[in-house]
Design a protein around this ligand. Structure first.
Ligand SMILES: [Zn+2]
Length: 264
């Protein structure tokens, strides 16, 4: 989706990625798997063994949301500020909430959203980030909607405890990561990330194929049978995001095309 800029106006996506056409949006809606029933009860029944450093809650059920959008199940959610790739820029915007305030509610289109909360994220594994990063949550002022929107800079992974730079270092430059990664990073964590990148990229290719010429070129390059990892490599070749933001950039595009679908 297009990132809503300051109140009353819209900013073009900073990296020049193409917007999906209306036809693509319709196709995307078709491609999105149906949400079958509510699994909330089942999720509650799971006994958490590990708690998130950010939320204190157990990790989200991971593999299912690689392919399934959560968009229709939740009132509100996460919006990613695609143009915010640096901590300094993020801090400026948190200090002046108007710079992060969506122009409208992404659920109902209401033009007034208020700062609702400031929540702490504790991104792991990135020495360039402080231990705690504050994130703004806005709430739609329309009483009958009330959707809440958490705004993340793109260097914070929406659903992973580690910051994107740390994830990228681990999966794309494993030898370097071994020398520099925090001792707290479990070997199993890195394995899990690699397994996700080794999984099918088909759904993501479909999304990108309908998202404008530049992203379609990425899709054409790899084809439907590719892995997510191969898709990342092609995306990096075509779009050339800065090192450290390569996974973040593609994850952001995917989230924009089908909110809730995860790169990994
Ligand atoms: Zn609303």
């Amino acid at each position: 989706m297009e990132w809503p800029g300051k109140r009353g106006r819209r900013l073009a996506p900073s990296a020049g990625w193409d917007e999906p056409s209306q036809a693509a949006q319709r196709e995307k809606a078709k491609a999105r798997p149906e949400v079958v029933g509510s699994s909330a009860r089942a999720e509650r029944a799971e006994i958490p063994t590990v708690k998130s450093p950010n939320t204190g809650r157990p990790p989200p059920p991971a593999e299912s949301s690689l392919e399934r959008s959560r968009e229709s199940r939740y009132k509100g959610g996460t919006l990613i500020a695609e143009e915010v790739g640096e901590l300094a820029d993020h801090l400026r915007r948190v200090a002046d909430a108007d710079q992060y305030r969506p122009a409208e509610c992404a659920r109902c289109g209401h033009g007034s959203v208020h700062v609702h909360d400031r929540v702490e994220r504790r991104p792991l594994g990135d020495v360039l980030l402080p231990a705690v990063v504050t994130v703004l949550v806005f709430r739609c002022a329309l009483r009958t909607c009330g959707a809440t929107w958490r705004i993340l800079p793109r260097f914070l992974a929406r659903h992973l405890w580690h910051a994107w730079r740390a994830v990228e270092r681990t999966v794309m430059m494993p030898e370097k990561a071994e020398a520099t990664s925090a001792p707290t990073m479990a070997v199993r964590t890195g394995q899990r990330w690699r397994e996700r990148l080794a999984s099918s990229g088909r759904l993501l290719v479909v999304l990108l194929a309908m998202a404008g010429a530049r992203l379609a070129a990425v899709a054409t390059k790899v084809g439907l049978g590719c892995t997510r990892g191969a898709l990342v490599a092609a995306f990096v070749q075509v779009v050339r995001p800065a090192p450290g933001l390569q996974l973040a950039a593609l994850a952001t595009v995917v989230h924009r095309l089908a909110r809730g679908i995860r790169l990994m």
